[in-house]
Ligand binder design. Structure first.
Ligand code: HDD
Length: 701
């Protein structure tokens, strides 16, 4: 007889005294799930064979008593949970927020006030409209949701990459989303706003004009989650230790600058690499190019009017230009770890705008007030009951004793005999906090019961007009092309005409060019009066940014200058960029100790993956059409190019004028490496834009 196997005698999992997630000796976040090296049933019974079911004879029927078969299949049958109604597709990362301490006089919230205090965070980026399996690169708003596990409980800052929202009141959210999501009859289009009902809604509901314009600008197609700004959108109230209050608006500024895809890249990526953004985020973190943002606040007096120079601070369709109220830096966010398990962390993380800590309160923004109801409510269905706050990713990293009891999937085992307050049986525990508790600063509330908002909410056009006027010329061209594309997909003529009637308020030239592209009459009207342009709103400014995590594709062949590639790699990687060799076939190129691994072939490489293209000396001149397509696409997408030696001839053979701006050539790799980094810092070679932008819109007559 074989010996009886002994059970695993390793120490049982410990509950952290602070309530922090369980951490096993081997680093598992929660040793109660998937621990140990031996396959077991959910009951911990060791399973020696998971490939065959229990049968009455080798050719006989399956027996009902096969509990392993039933448990395995039944659990699989229940693996899916409802996806988020909006923001279903996302990618997350762990990180650390470090406070500069500069907000110490604004708020008593330690997470923002205490200098050098480090707070763990989990961030989830997302698209809004697409379902879980949709493409990353579609034109859409991006979610930027941050859960701070502070020493005073969890704080969720649930923002977007745009500072304004489509609607002023939460009560309209179902209408907005029903209009923007795919049509109810055919469920087309997936993950896009280029359809009748979206444009029907936003043209009938003109407060959506500002946010829609941000979506049509390059902000709607970010290059990377790492290269997006983030905004809390609403005004929040901060309260300091003396009980004094201010209103603030939060902004995340990326270290790598704000950059976008071209529309062509976005479309190619949706087919070639639907996971474009989540891959970029995970790869960058894995490579040690940790994404980084600075958190800042615009600070406003918390006066009775709650306006700044006529801009209503309770209207989420409005911004206050940074030139009028500068963003004051208060802390730094670094994302330094990928999730271990997508479902347990990125899918099960649940944000709620109502999760705030002492020192952070709400304004009366009717959009925020309504959100404070919606998020808790939605998690009840999505995560199956009220105990979703106990899931490891949602659990605060401080003690929790909330007197809540029972409910689906209760994870805790409450001790004691009471679940009520006050009690004498358990010695009065838990007792109300005597210090450091969440108290609201007293503030007067008065008014008549009405359904309505102030007249200032009626101004729907002055701010979009300011935004458009602030864009660089190349961004304006892209915006015109975006409207022309989206409206070109709309069937109803009357909707297109109505949108043109809206556009003329943003900018008469924008309306005229889009009308021209659609073959419709130019609408009458004039650009709305607006504040002076805000340079901070433009993306293409000539400012240069670090190359962290930027991808450089090196086209090479079997006879390539391997030493040159090594020189280039060393220079680029020292600056944080990543180099991938592209060759006709996979494997290694070079000989002996001097070789390079081919990471992409002409079959697997596509222009969208790379921020810059280099052709190495000794490159193949076989004119492989796929390599030619790669080079031509990348050139059209305004990417920096470099080539050395006879690599220059490969560019010429592909029809690329090596005298064009942003095409660097030299005798060897060291001639081009430094200049390539400088050119990459500008994101694209904008001087080339006029040469290669295939405008969807013929110039207005
Ligand atoms: Fe929302 C998810 C951002 C208005 C109702 N929202 C959600 C997420 C983000 C935002 C980033 C995804 C969070 C995650 O990654 O899990 N939402 C915003 C912003 C808004 C906004 C910046 C306006 C300033 N949202 C808004 C309104 C309502 C909602 C007005 C409802 C009245 N949002 C939801 C929701 C979601 C959500 C249905 C879906 C899944 C979830 O909450 O957890 O409750």
């Amino acid at each position: 007889m074989p010996p009886v196997q002994q059970p695993d005698q390793s120490a049982p999992a410990q509950v952290s005294a602070t309530g922090a997630p369980f951490v096993a000796a081997d680093g598992d976040r929660d040793p109660r799930a998937q621990s140990g090296d031996v396959l077991t049933s959910p009951q911990g019974v060791r399973i020696p064979d998971t490939d065959h079911s229990l049968k009455a004879g080798r050719r006989g029927p399956i027996l009902l008593e096969d509990f392993h078969l039933r448990e395995k299949i039944s659990h699989f049958d229940h693996e899916r949970i409802p996806e988020r109604a909006v923001h279903a597709r996302g990618a997350g990362a762990h990180g650390v927020f470090t406070s500069y301490g500069t907000a110490g006089d604004l708020t008593r919230a330690g997470v923002l006030a205490e200098k050098d205090l480090e707070t763990p965070v989990f961030v989830r980026f997302s698209t809004v409209l697409g379902s879980r399996g949709a493409a990353d690169s579609v034109r859409d708003t991006r979610g930027f949701a941050v859960k701070f596990y502070t020493q005073e409980g969890n704080w969720d800052l649930v923002g977007n990459n745009m500072p304004v929202f489509f609607i002023q009141e939460a009560i309209k959210f179902p209408d907005l989303i029903h209009a923007a999501k795919p049509s109810p009859d055919r469920e087309i289009p997936s993950a896009q706003s280029a359809h009748d009902s979206f444009w029907d809604f936003v043209s009938l509901h003109t407060e959506a004009t500002h946010h829609t314009l941000w979506n049509m600008s390059d902000r709607g197609i970010p290059r990377s989650y790492r290269m997006m700004e983030g905004f809390g959108v609403h005004s929040f109230r901060l309260v300091n230790a003396a009980g004094e209050t201010v209103l603030v608006q939060f902004k995340w500024t990326p270290k790598l600058g704000v950059h976008s895809l071209t529309w062509e890249e976005a479309q190619i990526a949706a087919g070639v690499d639907p996971d474009f953004h989540r891959r970029d985020l995970a790869d960058a973190i894995e490579a040690g190019a940790f994404p980084e943002w600075e958190l800042g606040v615009q600070v406003f007096e918390d006066n009775e009017e709650q306006t700044f120079q006529g801009i209503d601070l309770l209207d989420s369709t409005k911004i206050v230009p940074e030139e009028l109220v500068p963003v004051q830096p208060i802390g730094r966010l670094v994302l330094n770890a990928n999730p271990t398990n997508y479902f347990a962390e990125t899918e099960q993380v649940a944000f709620n705008t109502a999760h705030v800590v002492p020192g952070i309160e709400f304004s009366n923004d009717p959009l925020l007030q309504g959100r404070n109801f919606s998020y808790q409510d939605t998690q009840l269905t999505r995560l199956g009951g009220p105990n979703w706050t106990q899931l490891p990713i949602n659990r605060p990293q401080v003690s929790v004793n909330d007197n809540h009891r029972d409910g689906f999937m209760q994870q805790g085992i409450p001790t004691g005999r009471t679940g009520y307050h006050p009690n004498s049986i358990d010695g009065g525990s838990p007792a109300p906090a005597e210090q450091g508790g969440y108290t609201n600063v007293p503030r007067p509330v008065s008014g008549e019961v009405v359904r309505g908002v102030d007249a200032s909410f009626d101004d729907h056009f002055s701010q979009p007009a300011m935004f458009y006027a602030s864009l660089s010329d190349v961004e304006k061209t892209h915006t015109i092309e975006a409207y022309t594309f989206e409206l070109g997909k709309v069937y109803e003529q009357s909707i297109k005409e109505r949108v043109l009637g809206v556009l003329v308020n943003i900018d008469a030239d924008l309306a005229a060019q889009v009308a021209e592209g659609l073959g419709l009459p130019v609408p009458e009207g004039a650009t709305a009066e607006h504040l002076a342009p805000s340079p901070a709103l433009a993306q293409v400014t000539g400012e240069s940014f670090p190359a962290d995590g930027r991808q450089v594709g090196v086209v090479a062949g079997p006879d390539a200058d391997i030493a040159g590639i090594a020189t280039l790699r060393a220079a680029l990687e020292a600056a944080g960029a990543q180099v991938k060799v592209i060759a006709p076939r996979g494997g290694l190129i070079g000989t002996g100790a001097s070789t390079e691994v081919v990471e992409r072939t002409n079959v697997t490489a596509r222009s969208i993956e790379f921020d810059a293209i280099v052709v190495a000396g000794g490159a193949p001149k076989d004119g492989d059409i796929k390599a030619v397509v790669l080079l031509q696409e990348a050139f059209r997408q305004l990417k920096p190019f470099a080539a050395w030696g006879d690599g220059v001839d490969v560019l010429t053979a592909a029809g690329i004028d090596t005298g064009s701006p942003g095409v660097l050539t030299g005798a060897d790799a060291s001639d081009v490496a430094a200049d390539l980094l400088t050119t990459m810092g500008l994101h694209r070679v904008w001087e080339r834009a006029d040469l290669v932008t295939a405008s969807a819109v013929p110039p207005a007559a």
